[in-house]
Design a protein around this ligand. Structure first.
Ligand code: 76R
Length: 281
């Protein structure tokens, strides 16, 4: 096995860079409560939420929040929050809970993660030059390499993702890599994992221009290991990429999937219109 040539490097995790914090919120509207309210009051309550959504999408720099109308999944909306610090992410969640309409917004699920760029090929290349057992040399070389990565424009854009306007659809789900006996991602050598991820990346890049993907890590933050968030201009692109990836070894042999949520980003105006129609009923 190739890992024999890297006796000290085989168990290395991939170096990675962390970007913006992410909170996925699954929201259900309390329809009967809204209908039971005085229509003018209900309208006011919903307007306060529309105002919050507008503020978030325009003025939450560095970061943003998006509201998506969901089909399926038994929920009405998905809210995606991206913020540069954990504290600012808590603040966004708090604002929602304190808003005038909070009584009618049922947060069914939340998922916490942080945008993660796994650097398999960099880690493999570095471990070929520097012995990771030599901690001092390894840490210094790794810190330099990571700082250099972080300076690259395209790396920054990956770490601080923005949804392209022409890709209003979202598909999101949590994922694990398997830890079954004989099929354990975490027991593979760095060589093997880097090889599988390089093939995964090649497949992924065939969808360039059709899919934008955000991988956010949640080890130690939430119940799964990653959240996957995909954006596209057509929901069928989600079916296409996920079907193709199922046959690729990194997913075919090692991926476990959680529940999928699919929706469409709403502009603040569309959102307000939708809410007004709810309140008018
Ligand atoms: O070396 C490389 O080029 C790979 C870059 C890369 C990494 C490290 C990459 C590329 N991904 C990486 C990590 Mn991915 N990805 C998924 C899914 O449905 C499924 O089967 C899996 C869900 C999709 C659709 C997807 C798309 N990726 C990861 C990780 C973390 C693994 C780890 O660290 O061990 C997961 C869980 C994951 C899952 N990936 C790409 C894509 C696409 C479209 C690309 C190419 C994008 C680009 O390079 O611009």
């Amino acid at each position: 096995m190739t890992s024999r040539s890297l006796p000290h490097a085989s168990e290395l995790p991939p170096a990675s860079l962390d970007g913006w914090y992410v909170l996925h919120q699954s929201i259900e509207l309390d329809w009967s409560g809204l209908r039971a309210r005085d229509p003018a009051e209900a309208r006011e309550a919903l307007k306060s939420f529309a105002g919050l959504a507008e503020k978030w999408s325009a003025g939450a720099e560095p970061g943003w929040s998006g509201v998506y109308r969901v089909a399926g999944s038994g929920i009405d909306f998905l809210i995606l929050h991206f913020r540069n610090t954990f504290d600012r992410l808590i603040e966004a969640a708090r604002e929602l809970k304190l808003s005038a309409w909070a009584d009618h917004v049922l947060v069914r699920e939340e998922y916490l993660s942080v945008v993660e760029l796994g650097l398999y090929s960099l880690t493999r290349e570095l471990s070929g030059r520097i012995d990771p057992e030599d901690r001092e040399a390894w840490d210094a070389a790794l810190a330099d390499a990571l700082a250099e990565e972080r300076r690259k424009g395209y790396v920054r854009r990956r770490l601080e993702p923005r949804q392209p306007e022409h890709m209003p659809y979202v598909c999101t789900y949590p994922m694990d890599k398997r830890r079954n006996p004989g099929q354990n991602w975490y027991a593979l050598s760095l060589e093997e994992r880097a090889g599988l991820m390089a093939a995964h990346g090649r497949l992924g890049r065939r969808f360039a221009g059709r899919i934008v993907q955000v991988i956010s890590g949640s080890m130690g933050l939430d119940d799964w290991e990653w959240a996957v968030t995909l954006w596209a201009g057509d929901p069928l692109e989600f079916k296409a990429i996920i079907s193709e990836m199922r046959y690729d070894a990194a997913s075919a042999e090692y991926a476990e999937f959680g529940p999928f949520t699919v929706g469409k980003r709403m502009s603040a105006g569309e959102f307000e219109g939708l809410l007004a129609s709810v309140a008018a009923r």
